[in-house]
Design a protein around this ligand. Structure first.
Ligand code: ACO
Length: 373
């Protein structure tokens, strides 16, 4: 008998050499390397290269990869015009969707070609950096710019947004970009794979991923978790809020639970470290203290069922401490995911390409006829 797997739980649709997750032990590795070690010791560009090419770049390869990114920082004029035309209060991720879809219109008669597509990926990294930095700038009332290249991708991005930035902030951004780069095939990457499996172009696949990232069950959780802390207001209010909203069954605790993890999300360790380091204002210290209190209540209530803190619980505090408003969090997640998504779609198209086309079991009416009158 035919059966469905709700939410495609435990359905495997590809082999991968990219990301390994052990959800019971809380382990996550990119091509065999522990993600927290990569976040501490490497750079976004080097890890992107590792994901795409299977090895770390040597100095010349890293320089070339960075040069291609930097050459592709300026957005085409028509994208600037589109971005200017969108209202300032637009949803940031919706703006990114719009820019990616518009950019896909340049992909005429696209045909997959390994050499071209591998070359194209650093070009896309440059373009998306500019899109996200300029979305932030437009939303905060600033002009659209062509970002100037600086030492690393993280620094180039932050300087395009804020001008001067502290060293710790650049390191935190670099780590966040690495930690969020890939996560096997969550909803967003799956959406990209579905699009790529039709042999559509990479900008269209990326736009599909961004669309799926938007919901509160996935990419929107960092924003949801942070808004939850704001709503609670201070650590003393946690118990009552938790009883009234979560234990009562009215709402889910955002930043908790995961389809794959039955323990703490391993990425938390580094995000928590940067939250402790960067939350220096009274306001952020209070948010962080509230978050820690809420985490304890959540683990006490749900830990026994394998529902623990996920990475989005603390990542928003880190992004806020960098200076980003809450409504940019999901878009920053999107920026981090670009190389992971593109690595997955190229891996799929190169090694296992088959159109992704599942089935649905029909449960509607039997055959009927239209009335004659
Ligand atoms: N708060 C309270 N209960 C929860 C939570 C939570 N955060 N997460 C799961 N549960 C409970 C559900 O109520 C359900 O209970 P039941 O069996 O008694 O009905 C059970 O756990 C299973 O829940 P499902 O939704 O079936 O599990 P699924 O694997 O689909 O959920 C998800 C994963 C969507 C992430 C879920 O844990 C959730 O909604 N979390 C809150 C949103 C969130 O933090 N999302 C970020 C995910 S990480 C990321 O995208 C980077």
């Amino acid at each position: 008998m035919e059966e469905i797997s709700p939410g495609l739980e435990n359905v495997y649709i590809k082999y991968t050499e990219l990301t390994y997750i052990d959800g019971n032990k809380g382990i996550m590795r990119y091509r065999g390397y522990d993600i927290n070690e990569l976040a501490q010791k490497s750079s976004f560009e080097a890890v992107s290269y590792l994901m795409l090419f299977g090895k770390f770049p040597d100095a010349a390869e890293l320089k070339e990869f960075r040069d291609v990114i930097n050459k592709n920082l300026p957005m085409p004029d028509y994208l600037k015009t589109i971005l200017k035309a969108l209202p300032e209060e637009s949803d940031a991720l919706g703006m990114l969707q719009t820019l990616l879809s518009a950019r896909a219109s340049e992909e005429l008669n696209y045909q997959y070609n390994r050499a071209n597509d591998r070359k194209k990926i650093p070009e896309m990294l440059g373009q998306v950096l500019s899109m996200v930095a300029n979305i932030y700038r437009v939303k905060s009332g600033n002009s659209i710019i062509d970002p100037e290249p600086h030492g690393t991708y993280a620094e180039t991005f932050l300087r395009a947004c804020f001008g001067d930035v502290a060293k710790d902030t650049v390191k935190a951004m670099d780590s966040a970009l690495i930690l969020y780069m890939d996560h096997e095939i969550p909803a967003s990457t799956t959406a990209a794979l579905v699009t790529a499996s039709t042999l559509s172009d990479m900008y269209s696949a990326l736009a599909s991923a961004v669309t799926a990232l938007r919901g509160p069950l996935h990419g929107g959780a960092a924003e949801g978790a942070y808004r939850q802390f704001l709503e609670i207001g201070s650590p003393e209010n946690v118990d009552k809020w938790f009883n009234d909203n979560i234990l009562s069954g009215k709402r889910r605790l955002v930043g908790f639970g995961h389809r794959v993890y039955r323990t703490y999300d391993p990425r938390l360790k580094t995000f928590k470290k940067y939250a402790d380091l960067l939350a220096t204002t009274e306001e952020l210290k209070n948010i962080l203290a509230t978050a820690k209190e809420l985490e304890q209540a959540g683990v006490k209530a749900f830990g026994a069922r394998g529902i623990y803190t996920n990475t989005d619980f603390y990542s928003g505090i880190v992004f806020r401490a960098m200076g980003f408003p809450v409504d940019m969090f999901t878009t920053l997640f999107g920026l981090s995911r670009v190389s992971g998504i593109l690595a997955h779609i190229t891996e799929y198209v190169e090694t296992q390409e088959r159109l992704i086309r599942p089935r649905a079991i029909y449960r509607g009416p039997e055959e009927r006829k239209l009335d004659n009158n």
